[in-house]
Design a protein around this ligand. Sequence first.
Ligand SMILES: Cc1ncc(C[n+]2csc(CCO)c2C)c(N)n1
Length: 226
Amino acid sequence: MSERSERIDEHNEEPESRAPFSAWLRSQSEPDWTAVVTHPFAAAIHSGTADMRRYLEQDFQFVDAFTALLGAAVAAADTFEARVAVGRFLGQTVADTERGYFHRALAELGGELTPPTLEPVTIEFRALMDDVRRSQDYPLILAVLCVAEWTYLGWASRTVGSAEGFVHREWIDLHSGPEFEAWVGFLRGELDRLGPGLDENGRARVLDVFRRATTLERRFFDMALG
Ligand SMILES: Cc1ncc(C[n+]2csc(CCO)c2C)c(N)n1
């Protein structure tokens, strides 16, 4: 769907049948969505000038709760195919990203894997993920996963700047490219598949979680900017 036709639906209260549920959720989460994908901290990652130490220290605490949420998605999904897709991503994430990138990057920056204090936004984000995880409600779990991954695909896919050091470069590469696009496509596809079967209350609950997660993404980048 083009950006233009999504924008036409922006102020609708009900999802249009021609607009996929995920596109509707995103359009209803403006202006925060655009603020995240065009955020100055994201631009600073692209240019290689972002101070990554505090950001990655806090983000590692985020990623742990996110990994637990992926486990909840495996348990709560309504199809075998979805369990396998999420489980495969979980295995790769924990093996490649957590063990690899975070350890190397924080060692390079002199950061801690377990920082002494958590920022308020980190605590709030973890609380949202923990609440949704405990709900075992697959569409709500998908809403948080989809925001975290789709916003990151959004900023990382913007071709601005030319970061050279591995800390900036790999963080961009981890969140862009065909494999990550396919993963985001899967999460969106799940929301698009399940959205039409939800009643009005169900859609409103998914939108509420989607919006809260988007606002927290914006505040997470604000925190990183200092
Ligand atoms: C605040 C915040 N939001 C989203 C992501 C993106 N993300 C979270 S876990 C994960 C899987 C691979 O690490 C990805 C891509 C992030 N890192 N930090």
